[in-house]
Design a binder for this molecule. Structure first.
Ligand SMILES: Cc1cc2nc3c(=O)[nH]c(=O)nc-3n(C[C@H](O)[C@H](O)[C@H](O)COP(=O)(O)OP(=O)(O)OC[C@H]3O[C@@H](n4cnc5c(N)ncnc54)[C@H](O)[C@@H]3O)c2cc1C
Length: 383
């Protein structure tokens, strides 16, 4: 196995802390959270106490001021145990960076320290029932009225939708424009006119509270605009490389875990006077998957290195998300097969991992959107 070279001993010490946190506070409770459809706020507080939230944010705003590898470790360790409920990556590595990079001093001081402690949980509202891929054509409108915006519309598939205290909302401040009409608002979820809809029933990621959100004449102060009016689409584009890298890190770690469970299971399972691992089909299939996952591990680590130097190209990040999430699903499908009927039972981690992996080719930009981005960079633009 090719050894990894990107982590220092400080990173590995942090990994030990994360492992202990997960073993004590996550794994024993995850099945219950799946039944509840969300994780308790006490988990966010515990993670905040241990410094696991907003690792990269500057220390003056309550973060650790650490490099992105600390975030990567948290994402990996959660994926190794199949814990999809705690959506710390969305909070810390997807939403917080927008605030750090584009928030006013007042916005940063108001929100980031409380996000770091887990007192405030955030969500990102981009997707709407009419479409998630085509962000330029979102329909939720925020029309200015004096020093407030009046917001009407709805969002769907919002992770943390039920538990969030703060929503980073993509909306149209100029409905006559496409990308240039998109703005980002920081919406406090106790605002009059904000209502939460159903917690959506999903085939996987069951401990995430994925929800519908509605806005009816909801008033948001103009001071809650993130960045400039009409600058929202450009802001969203700035964080894409990191968002896709997070998904790739998770995909490879989840695939590695599935292979490990399957190696153990096939070595133990007996049939026809031998173990399942003795069959050539098992050996060749697992060897082939192992080789592919190892190759992608090297690719992801290289992207991590580039990202640490702020040199990761969004197109390369899209390629990384595309191939790792495709492989993740293939690994889950083939590994599940080795578990036979047990693989189809929810009590088995491989069943959950199979269902969870299916989302990764959709959420955060579909596989087709990733291909579109790559195609546009290597081919003349399609007519
Ligand atoms: C569990 C889960 C959690 C989510 N969490 C969030 C969240 O927190 N916040 C949020 O805003 N969204 C969230 N999403 C939504 C997710 O980002 C969208 O589902 C995704 O972007 C696709 O949008 P859509 O579902 O509307 O599909 P559509 O955009 O309608 O796409 C339908 C099909 O068309 C294809 N397609 C789209 N564009 C092209 C193209 N150019 N060329 C060819 N084919 C194309 C797509 O690949 C897909 O196969 C979540 C989704 C899930 C499942």
């Amino acid at each position: 196995m090719i050894s990894r070279t990107i982590f220092s001993s400080e990173h590995e010490a942090f990994r030990d802390t994360v492992k202990r946190f997960i073993a004590e506070h996550v794994t024993p409770h995850h099945a219950q959270w799946e039944r509840d459809g969300q994780v308790p706020r006490s988990l966010w507080h515990k993670a905040g106490e241990l410094g696991l939230l907003l690792c990269n944010a500057p220390t003056e705003y309550g973060g650790m001021g650490a490099d992105f590898l600390y975030s990567a470790i948290l994402v990996e360790e959660m994926a190794y145990v199949g814990a999809t409920g705690p959506t710390f990556y969305l909070h810390s590595d997807i939403v917080a960076p927008y605030l750090v990079d584009f928030g006013t001093e007042e916005q940063k001081r108001k929100w980031l320290p409380r996000m770091a402690t887990g007192e405030v949980v955030v969500a990102l509202g981009m997707s709407e029932p009419s479409g998630g891929s085509d962000v330029q054509n979102i329909r939720t409108q925020a029309i200015r009225d004096g020093d407030q915006y009046v917001v009407n519309g709805q969002k769907v598939f919002t992770t943390n939708g039920h538990s969030a205290d703060l929503l980073l909302l993509a909306c149209k401040t100029d409905p006559t424009q496409k990308a240039r009409g998109v703005s980002l608002l920081l919406v406090e979820t106790n605002s009059p006119g904000f209502t939460r809809g159903r917690k959506l029933e999903k085939i996987g990621c069951k401990a995430q509270d994925t929800s519908e959100l509605f806005f009816s004449d909801m008033r948001v102060p103009v001071s809650n605009l993130l960045g400039t009016e009409g600058g929202g689409f450009t802001i969203l584009m700035t964080q894409l490389a990191q968002e896709r890298l997070v998904q790739a890190i998770r995909a490879v770690a989840a695939a590695e875990a599935a292979l490990q469970w399957t190696r153990a299971y096939t070595a133990d399972r007996k049939m026809f006077g031998q173990t399942l691992a003795d069959f050539q089909n098992t050996r060749f299939t697992l060897a082939g998957l192992h080789a592919q996952v190892m190759t992608q591990r090297v690719f992801v680590d290289r992207c991590l290195e580039l990202h640490l130097r702020r040199e990761l190209d969004p197109v390369d990040a899209a390629a990384c998300k595309l191939v790792t999430t495709d492989l993740q699903f293939k690994v889950m499908d083939q590994c599940l097969q080795f578990f036979g009927g047990w693989g189809y039972m929810w009590e088995y981690p491989i069943a959950r991992a199979f269902a969870d992996a299916r989302m990764c080719r959709i959420g955060g930009g579909t596989a087709e959107v990733m291909k579109q981005i790559i195609a546009n960079s290597i081919l003349p633009k399609a007519r």
